[in-house]
Ligand binder design. Structure first.
Ligand code: GNR
Ligand code: NI
Length: 174
């Protein structure tokens, strides 16, 4: 397993639509293992492949609060089939938007189908933080970030901050 570098906004790749997976094989499982390790190390509760620069429809999630009780979820080609009318609001963060947080309203419950780590077709109904996280991650696969739901002014301010932050970081790292 290996830790991969997480892309930070502004980054054109984060705006691209990821492509469906044809087959879950050992190479893909290796990528999923790397993604999970990268997510735990960050730390975060979810990660989409595009956040490590790979345009494939793969998501890893673990919303369990106890660090000793890991409960990883691997979602390949996730397709949301139901979104509740009832909504809920969470303060969201994103590993590709370091230091930025905002209250985002989304459907409180969702159902989806996906392919699991072993290549098996599955269905899942989610609520609470898991439902929010799934929707946040599926958005990544379609090039959407949570800041897209904010006012134009708030979004512009955040992107400006991240642009500065990135330039400073590049000066230190390079
Ligand atoms: O670590 C994360 N926390 C989080 C909190 C509220 C709603 C969504 C998330 S996902 C985020 C990790 C991430 O950027 N996934 O794409
Ligand atoms: Ni994110």
């Amino acid at each position: 397993m290996a830790i991969r570098k997480i892309l930070i906004e502004p980054e054109p790749l984060l705006r691209k639509k990821s492509e469906s997976i044809e087959k879950v094989d050992d190479d893909l499982r290796k990528l999923m293992d790397d993604m999970l390790e990268t997510m735990y190390q960050a730390p975060g509760i979810g990660l989409a492949a595009i956040q490590v620069g790979i345009l494939k429809r793969i998501i890893v999630i673990d919303v369990s609060k106890d660090v000793n009780k890991k409960n990883p979820l691997f979602l390949v080609n996730p397709k949301i089939t139901f979104r509740s009318v009832k909504t809920s609001t969470y303060e969201e963060g994103c590993l590709s938007l370091p230091g930025q947080f905002a209250e985002i309203e989304r459907p409180a419950e969702c159902s989806l189908n996906y392919i699991d780590y072993k290549g098996k077709y599955r269905e899942l109904k989610a609520d609470g933080l898991l439902a929010t996280c799934i929707q946040h991650e599926v958005d990544h696969l379609d090039g959407i970030l949570f800041i897209d739901y904010l006012s134009k002014l708030k979004k512009t301010m955040i992107i400006k901050k991240l642009t500065k932050q990135k330039k400073t970081l590049e000066r230190i790292v390079v």
